[in-house]
Every structure is written in structure tokens, then in C-alpha cells.
Design a protein around this ligand. Structure first.
Ligand SMILES: [Zn+2]
Length: 153
């Protein structure tokens, strides 16, 4: 499995060299590299991770061959692969997307803030930012923890 990961990473490095904004922004190569890393680590015990790695390898080789001539369908296929990998990593391996808790707790904090703003403070404009700050504090703390434990993609 290690060869697969190495090969994909080499291809990613090549892709980064292509001076094409669209390829760099649409393909979000840094995100891909994290996904590949996770798949590579899990592939020894998980058939599906192995399968997905093979798919990624095929896809990147194909993209590299096309060089600057990528078509809409290539981008679409790429998004599909990433989405499938994300959902598999989340469902099967209980991994979380980066910033998962932050976005969760910001929205929780905001609704609690509005509620307190309406009841206790009698002032939404006061409750909302307080709730949001609490959400950011809790969410980023949990995200940092998850990252430390290798639980993020
Ligand atoms: Zn897996």
C-alpha cells in the first residue's frame, strides 16, 4: 500500500507545479493530500480504503497526463472521489472534517445566545456575540483535541 501513497503524492507534487489557478483551487490539493494520508494509514485493515486509494491513483495519473486540458467531467469525477472518501472516513472510521466542531458550536452558541438575549438580557444584540464567542471557544478547543488525537481528516 505504501507504494500507492508514495506514487499519488509524487503525482500531487507534479500537479502543484502546473501553473493553472483552476487546477490548484478546484482540486484543493492540500485537502487531497490529507485524505490520501488517512486512506494510506487505514488501507492495511480496510478493503474500501485500499480500493479508494487505487481509484485516486488512477484518477491523478489521468489528470497529470491531460496536463492543462482538464475537462469539466474530470473536475466532477474528482469531487465525487473526494466526497466518497470523506463520507467513508467519517462513517466507517469516525473521523471528522477539519473545523467540524467549530462550525457546529458556532451555530449552537448563536442560537443559545439569541435565546438568552431574548430572555435573560432582554437584548439580542448582547446575547448573540456572547453565544458566538462561547461557541468559538468550545468548538476550537474540541477541534484542537480531535486533531491532536489524529481524529480529523
Ligand atoms: Zn476504510
Amino acid at each position: 500500500m505504501k507504494e500507492h501513497v508514495e506514487k499519488i503524492k509524487a503525482t500531487l507534487t507534479e500537479l502543484r507545479k502546473i501553473d493553472n489557478k483552476k487546477i490548484n483551487t478546484v482540486l484543493v490539493l492540500n485537502k487531497c493530500e490529507r485524505v490520501i494520508d488517512k486512506l494510506g494509514k487505514l488501507a492495511n485493515e480496510c478493503r474500501e480504503c485500499e480500493q479508494q486509494l487505487v481509484e485516486f491513483e488512477k484518477h491523478y495519473t489521468h489528470i497529470l497526463e491531460k496536463n492543462n486540458q482538464l475537462q469539466e467531467s474530470d473536475y466532477k469525477h474528482h469531487k465525487k472521489l473526494i466526497r466518497a472518501a470523506y463520507s467513508h472516513l467519517q462513517k466507517k472510521h469516525k473521523l471528522l472534517p477539519e473545523g467540524y466542531y467549530l462550525s457546529l458550536f458556532i451555530s449552537v452558541g448563536m442560537s443559545i445566545g439569541v435565546m438568552f438575549g431574548l430572555t435573560i438580557f432582554d437584548n439580542i444584540a448582547l446575547g448573540l456575540p456572547i453565544g458566538m464567542c462561547m461557541g468559538i471557544a468550545i468548538g476550537s478547543g474540541l477541534d484542537a483535541d480531535a486533531k491532536k488525537n489524529g481524529k480529523t481528516i
